[in-house]
Unconditional design. Structure first.
Ligand code: PLP
Length: 322
């Protein structure tokens, strides 16, 4: 297997992020619940995309790019963090966003602070967004620029490496704490984080079950399977990836990027028990799904469970709590 350190990476985050026990929720729910604070990755408001961008923007720099383009919804945490990291690296950022959902406030304020160029496309599909990005990139090339394209969520094998590396970090922290985790739980939005965590668990924490909570209705079992195989190939790891490694449940509520009563209740519960903020449309929904699975006995026989907090604070100020 190739060493993770053999891939270009620019340290954009402040790592490792903290990992510790949620004492009050553990008592309340009768399990040893731990949290990995990837909401504290250290750039802008933190969040999971920083780990992917460490590899993606290193690749952009290696290829001589001076402009980075990415896509998302108007409140995309990924787009905002791409703008933050591009600014730090002296690159222009162009965010091509679907004109659907909350079109003011929240992450759009931050995009502007980071001097991102925001273009809206009035569409329901990413095909239209990507077509517009192709047009913009053609124009940039004609003007002598070198654009670098990052798809939605940075969920390509190179981005997934960020979460394979995160599991290496978790394995080391678990040894320090003297705790063997039985399961890891995370939100699934475009699939990269979950795929990296699941592959990383196979490599660095064998036997640990990786559970994802989908927050939109994409077929994540298939998406994760493909991403894990491609990332394993990139790493020349030789590890065999199976559908049996993938455990995905869903908590979507009324729709992607729309708050659900259970998700908002989970945000309040985490805040009021542990003093930690989550957002209502990603981490709040993932927590709601996690609490539901605990209630259903999904983790029976598993005592030490790690929840990966993937960030999302920017959306708290754009989405109404219900
Ligand atoms: C993007 C995002 C996720 C989902 O991560 P993916 O790698 O896209 O699946 C979860 N939580 C937050 C806050 C995010 O911004």
């Amino acid at each position: 297997m190739k060493a993770l350190s053999s891939f270009s990476r620019i340290p954009l985050g402040v790592l490792p992020t903290p990992l510790y026990k949620l004492e009050n929720l553990s008592r309340e729910l009768g399990k040893n619940l731990y949290i990995k604070r990837d909401d504290l990755t250290g750039a802008a408001l933190g969040g999971n995309k920083i780990r992917k961008l460490e590899f993606l923007l290193a690749d952009a720099k290696d290829k001589g790019a001076d402009v980075v383009l990415t896509a998302g919804g108007p409140q995309s945490n990924h787009a905002m963090l791409t703008a933050a990291c591009a600014a730090r690296l002296g690159m222009r950022s162009i965010l091509v966003l679907k004109k659907r959902g909350e079109l003011t406030g929240g992450n759009l304020i931050l995009d502007d602070i980071f001097n991102a160029e925001v273009r809206f496309v009035d569409t329901d599909t990413y095909d239209d967004v990507y077509a517009e990005m192709e047009r913009i990139m053609d124009r940039l090339r004609q003007e002598g620029h070198t654009p670098y394209f990052i798809p939605v969520g940075g969920s390509v094998p190179l981005g997934c490496l960020g979460y394979v590396r995160c599991v290496e970090e978790i394995a080391w922290q678990s040894k320090e704490l003297g705790v063997d985790f039985d399961a890891i739980v995370s939100a699934v939005g475009s699939g990269g984080t979950y795929s990296g965590l699941t592959l990383g668990a196979k490599l660095f924490l064998p036997g640990v079950r990786s559970v994802g909570v989908g927050v939109c209705d994409d077929p994540f079992a298939d998406i994760a399977y493909d991403l894990m195989r491609e990332t394993a190939a990139l790493l020349e790891s030789g590890v065999s990836v199976s559908q049996d490694d993938i455990h995905i449940r869903y908590h979507i509520g009324p729709g992607y990027a729309m708050p659900s009563p259970e998700g908002c209740e989970a945000v309040r519960r985490l805040a009021r028990r542990e003093g930690i903020l989550a957002d209502p449309v990603y981490t709040g929904k993932a927590l709601a799904g996690f609490f539901q699975l605990l209630e259903e006995g999904f983790f029976d026989g598993e005592e030490n469970i790690l929840f990966v907090h993937t960030g999302g604070a920017g959306a708290l100020f754009a989405v109404d709590m219900v």
